[in-house]
Design a protein around this ligand. Sequence first.
Ligand code: ADP
Ligand code: MG
Ligand code: MG
Length: 883
Amino acid sequence: AKWVYTFGDGKAEGKSAMRDLLGGKGANLAEMSNLGLPVPPGFTITTEVCTYYYDHGRQYPPELEGQVAGALEAVGKLTGRRFGDAESPLLVSVRSGARASMPGMMDTVLNLGLNDTTVEALARGAGDERFAYDSYRRFITMYSNVVLGVEHHSFEEVLERYKDEKGLTLDTELGAADWKHLIGEYKALVKRELGQDFPQDPQAQLWGAIGAVFGSWMNPRANKYRELHSIPASWGTAVNVQAMVFGNMGETSATGVAFTRNPSTGEKALYGEFLINAQGEDVVAGIRTPQDITEVARIESGSDKPSMERAMPEAYAELVRIYGMLEHHYRDMQDLEFTVETGKLWMLQTRNGKRTAKAALRIAVELAAEGLITHQEAVGRVEPASLDQLLHPTIDPKAERKVIATGLPASPGAASGEIVFNSEEAEAAKKAERKVILVRIETSPEDIHGMHAAEGILTTRGGMTSHAAVVARGMGKPCVSGAGQIRVDYAARTLSVGGVTLKAGDRITIDGSNGQVMQGSVEMIEPELSGDFAALMEWADAVRTMKVRTNAETPLDARTARKYGAEGIGLCRTEHMFFQEERIVAMREMILADDAEGRRTALAKLLPYQRQDFVELFTIMSGLPVTIRLLDPPLHEFLPHSDKEIGEVAAATGVQEDKVRRRMNELHEFNPMLGFRGCRLAILYPEIAEMQARAIFEAAVEAAKQTGTPIIAEVMVPLVFTRTEFDLVKARIDAMAEAVASETGTKVEYQVGTMIELPRAALRAGDIAQTAEFFSFGTNDLTQTTLGISRDDAGRFLGPYTQRGILASDPFVSIDQEGVGELVKLAAERGRAVRDKLKLGICGEHGGDPASIAFCQETGLDYVSCSPFRVPIARLAAAQAAL
Ligand code: ADP
Ligand code: MG
Ligand code: MG
């Protein structure tokens, strides 16, 4: 079997389509080689070796050793060197690379193949001793750390002590003799820690590193990451072994990272950072401040260090040529890693770059405008859930800001909150529903949960590609990084800058779009919904087949939803209309009444309010369907709770206090969710449904008159489990429609349908659809009643259930397709079998969840309905589901 794929010298055995076999990094190195780009030659050991390794008790396939040796020789030929050779040694990097980029995997080892002999050859070859010993000490540190498990800071301490003794501050001040000396100390340190010598044999070094990459596939960090992102362990990782090129060969050498477009804003401009005379991850490590790549960026940042464009014009021109080519080839924004060795540019990585939602939107729209992708592809390029970030507030430009520091605009959006200095406090605050800003000197993977809990992140160290910046962008959280003027004192729990000292708990505001840090809270404004956003939404609407409606009962919500593109109301919960001051009194009077006559008197007081509500909704939604659900919750939800309230009700309704209490006792239920609610109210107290129906039809007549547009009213009966219930309620509604028609002389067009929110209703959908004109799947209740889980009580066990894989995800967030989904499918089929025009929709929380929306598309629903702020997400998700 073939376990090893080579690349380099303008060709490769692999290509980008072989990502599963070669991992993302390996596949793209192969692709770049095939494109004729300058890629140091190397080879990829496939992900199948990883699988084999774990299937065979951590043994390699027998052919592997020979294939690696052969590939290594081929690489040596291309570079004119040989691995382990004392005169002209080939040095390599060993790099892990899974199918999906995966933190938690082994870090890259550079300069592998160096030992006490080959280091001298390297020095001779380059005519530069300092460079050779600098490379060697880097190798010993990296290898000892990632392969042998010696703590990185142990080496740092040795180095710091040495620098102190010699009175040196920067690494660049150390010469060959210094590094030679330190290498001796490093080797002694390894011997002390591990009881054995640092491996001198290049073959042992190589296989040690390969073993470490495969071993890291199953380390706890990688396992955790896979679990969180549902990546199967069977995928495995690949290992890339690649000839070294050196960015640390003096002033004409450098290493850097670049994005072909700005990953924060999406602006079409090469964007990135580089460091002269440096290697590998010096750029991201934040040891030295990186320099800008383009001159424009340098001027903007005000840096006094030259840009790459100025310092290395030829390598820069080559980078510009290559990035344009890569963007055209991959038809997407690329994230590049490169090294310049004595003036020559080498490409070390390319991949589709991570980006903020704002950038994703702009890039998708602009790539389509440039003709690189179609409108449909653009629609597919933006993560629906990420639109949420764009709908976030930004700081009002007119607001007064007390700016105390400015860092880097690492992740856009603004946020205010109390200062916390560690992730534990951030989490605790989140639980207590307090908004916080996490302030750290820098963040590490251990801070992820704190970053999740915080509204925003502020760091005092690190660049645009630091951990905090990258993770925050991924989460869509505002982040300001590298605000170096700020001093953080973890012990005292304070931050200070320019004479201002703030304590934990004090409020600050950060603006991740310009890097400002402000004292106190600052006014925010709502986001802009035109431009790129509007363009992409228009393209999404063109491919979408399902309608998107909203759940709304207030005029404000209805207007917001329309602004976001809602095509009607899918759920108006009328009970929400009865809680306001004057109404609740009439409502309570109705509930406390002894008989139907008393109830009617109270309901008559509610009628005008209810009618006016509907007139407004119909007017706002003019020409669009509005689904109004009859009163649904158990009546006692409207009753007073405290003694004081009981007194107020008694006074307002003229009923004795003890009668109020008696009635409250009568209405008490052990399990109200399964109690006297839904259509059960309409059947036993039909006057309630009649009042609501009258309000609906009278409002429809009035709104039609006002707007000149016929109203599309849909009356929805909740919690039905048999057709008989539905028919009883429908008869009342139809009678009322006729009554209003004859009173007003105007016939209203309307439909009567039902919620499907009980398993029995789903099963009997065939009967119910005989008379019901539409179904709306109430998947919140349907989930509760199908799984036998009360959403309000599920907190204690749902977390552990999903963590242990008992449930794939929270069934109240994403529809349980196997169970609840099966009922939805069955009801849709049975319903449509008797009424082929039966209108089907969904109105639970799931109506705004992209995975559930894809399920709705597959099931053939006509529309989804969700909360106003999720309407754009639903529009895009529905479009992607239709692609
Ligand atoms: P990561 O996945 O963490 O980005 P990489 O394998 O890409 O790790 O390696 C990190 C950095 O190491 C690269 O960006 C590059 O600067 C450097 N590097 C890797 N391989 C080589 C090489 N063969 N020659 C020079 N530098 C290399
Ligand atoms: Mg890394
Ligand atoms: Mg990389």
